[in-house]
Design a protein around this ligand. Sequence first.
Ligand code: ATP
Ligand code: LTN
Length: 330
Amino acid sequence: MKTIYSAIQPSGIMTLGNYIGAVNNWRAMQSDEDNKCIFALADLHTITVRQNPLEFNKNCWSFYALLLAVGLDVKKSVVYLQSHVAQHSELAWLLNCYTYVGEMNRMTQFKDKSAKHADNINMGLMDYPVLMAADILLYDTDLVPVGYDQLQHIEITRDIALRVNNLYGDIFKVPEGFIPKVGAKIMSLQDPTSKMSKSDPNPNAVISCLDAPEVIMKKFKRAVTDSDATIAYDPENKAGISNLLGILAVVEGKTIEQTVAECSGMRYGDLKVRVGESVIETLRPFREEYERLINSKDYLIACAKEGAQKAAEIAEKTLKRFKSAIGYII
Ligand code: ATP
Ligand code: LTN
């Protein structure tokens, strides 16, 4: 049995990048009987950037409903809110004392986000990877399915786990990242050299999993490509077209080679329409199920509560193991 753990922040909107790079794989891993899957809304991480309380609350509901709508099954997997399981904060504190300031200073995301939010470089922003390490290590995780941008955080999680194990014996399982071969970094539709990001202020750059079909089509038709007219997969020199091919391959469940073979010879405009149509059909059932779930708050509350109980049971065991090794009276 392998334990799979991952999380997503309830901030902004869930993008096609989040779906392809992360959530789509969570669902695939959940359907393997040999996997025990645990998925969280990383709502403690979200307040490292200042949130409007009403909007934040709405986003938490919305992301939880959307996780279920895309197919996370609460009967098979544990799906919960990080803030409902106090062990995350407690382990993060303990791990802080086994993490060096220099290590956190070097984190790419910390540097990027500090530059972006220069008026609010809070301790949480710097400590973000330690909380993430706590999330992962609490569940004796084997594999962490994430997009490419999170790889550095998985590395530091492994470093912290090994450091603790060297001091106290076998306390933590040392996890591995799981990065998809295609789709680990879906690019912005307006600037295909940068990542499609939830927090992009330009709505044309980003597909939301809840966008209406006509909006999705419009955004793909406007996607930035290049002036050459050949369809080829070459992320370095043909970033826009390669991004479209990558998206198409994942949503149609094909390899890049198959997709390129099918599309070679197409005009750019036709490729854009083909990608738009496939993405619309992929997202359509999610949007419909989301509309149903977001109006079933009692059901969502019951699911979240059950998820948190199951998560806390596992988390408490790991936390006690570590505290006892440090010397705490437990
Ligand atoms: P922001 O850009 O505002 O920091 P985000 O879009 O990266 O947010 P997160 O909540 O940080 O969203 O990421 C959730 C998951 O989605 C992570 O596993 C991350 O690696 C993955 N992910 C995010 N954007 C992409 C992308 N463009 N392509 C592939 N995977 C992505
Ligand atoms: N930092 C992650 C979200 C996250 C996460 C985790 C992912 C928080 N805790 C544990 C995997 C495992 C991000 O996607 N930005």
